[in-house]
Ligand binder design. Structure first.
Ligand SMILES: *Cc1c(COP(=O)(O)O)cnc(C)c1O
Length: 357
């Protein structure tokens, strides 16, 4: 017998989501962002189904090399660029596109001679103050890089902090344009949120992450459903024990145990925070047991969580439990647990087997 906790990846939904992105961003080429092991889904599990994208975006050289070895010939974008000068030649060998976000990287590119020039993404720090060059430096740096024989094509890249306000975004973009006077340049600005909510932004390349996996970049789940995006990952387990409790009985570890105010039938589910279910999911977080919606009670344990079966009369040992997926949105769980959908998917633990359908 195997522990009955497993994730299912719906490949049809993954392909469907990419098609939708391609339709929305029909004037752009698409980077499929598969960093963080494809947001917890596994690069190996998803890359083929995303191969009608125009390129893959990752962070680790290991992932890029794996993709080349799997036979991927289209572009690969390294989202944080090279971390040391030693990596530049490897980037060159594997034909990787490097983000250039800091001055030291430019200096390293001036010190060497490469066999083939690199394609680069020049990152402008449009608002986040994380990576990139300030708007007013960008024109100067662009010109400097254009003269570097190690560099082939330059694309200007921005990553927005704020995708909720269209006006703020347009201001950012206008500011970038203003500093790029007289330079015709290729752009890659939009992430999932901008692809969905700011279709007016022109991109030569968009960078789609979370919507490919079927979740929303924020709490606004309805807009995602309305454009036909479907969840890819589901997490399932089973009821492995049933208890009957009386009013006043406690459930789970103290001091944060749940104390019942009535007689209840409760079910123990073989899934806990060490599987990737959020530790902070509170009382009331929904689960589906044999098709009936109920909720968790008490705190989530390392390997188990506890659900109320009082109104799931048919539930028994072995009953099927959906923790998230087709019916319970990952965003809904994330919100209740005080986090975001990204965090939940990326946290799926390696001990959870993944089944592909
Ligand atoms: C992760 C990442 C993305 C993808 O973001 P989503 O919100 O998942 O679409 C795009 N661009 C950069 C620079 C990133 O790091």
């Amino acid at each position: 017998m195997f522990r009955p906790t497993f994730a299912v990846l719906n490949i049809k939904s993954l392909k469907n989501n990419l098609k939708i992105v391609q339709k929305i961003a029909s004037k752009s080429q698409i980077w499929a962002v598969i960093k963080a092991n494809a947001y917890g889904h596994g690069i190996k599990n998803v890359w083929k189904s995303l191969s009608s994208s125009d390129g893959f975006a990752v962070l680790n050289l290991k992932d890029a090399i794996q993709l080349r070895e799997l036979g991927w010939e289209k572009p690969i974008l390294m989202l944080e660029g090279f971390f040391t000068n030693k990596e530049i030649k490897i980037f060159n060998y594997y034909n990787l596109t490097s983000v250039i976000h800091s001055y030291w990287q430019i200096q390293e590119l001036e010190k060497i001679v490469l066999r083939n020039p690199l394609n680069i993404y020049l990152k402008v720090n449009s608002s986040m103050n994380r990576l990139g060059f300030k708007n007013n430096q960008i024109n100067y740096i662009w010109k400097k890089l254009s003269k570097n024989i190690n560099i082939k094509n330059i694309t200007l890249m921005a990553h927005f902090a704020n995708t909720d306000k269209t006006n703020d975004l347009n201001l950012e973009i206008n500011k970038i344009n203003q500093f790029m006077n007289n330079i015709k340049y290729k752009k890659s600005f939009s992430n999932s949120a901008a692809i969905v909510w700011h279709q007016q932004i022109y991109n030569d390349w968009v960078r789609a992450g979370i919507i490919l996996y079927g979740a929303s970049p924020n709490d606004n789940w309805n807009d995602i459903v309305n454009i036909g995006i479907k969840p890819v990952m589901s997490l399932y387990s089973k009821i492995i024990s049933i208890q009957k409790i009386n009013s006043g009985d406690k459930v789970g570890y103290s001091p944060y145990c749940y104390q019942s105010e009535s007689q209840k039938r409760i079910g123990i589910v073989a899934c806990g925070y060490a599987d990737g279910y959020p530790k902070n999911a509170p009382y009331g977080t929904p689960v589906i047991v044999d098709g009936i919606k109920t909720h968790i009670i008490g705190v989530v344990c390392m390997d188990m969580l506890i659900v109320d079966l009082t109104y799931c009369e048919q539930a028994k040992i072995g009953s099927h439990v959906e923790l998230w997926g087709e019916n319970i949105k990952i965003n809904e769980i994330a919100k209740l647990a005080g986090t975001i959908g990204y965090d939940i998917m990326c946290s799926l633990n390696a001990r959870v087997p993944i089944q592909i359908i």
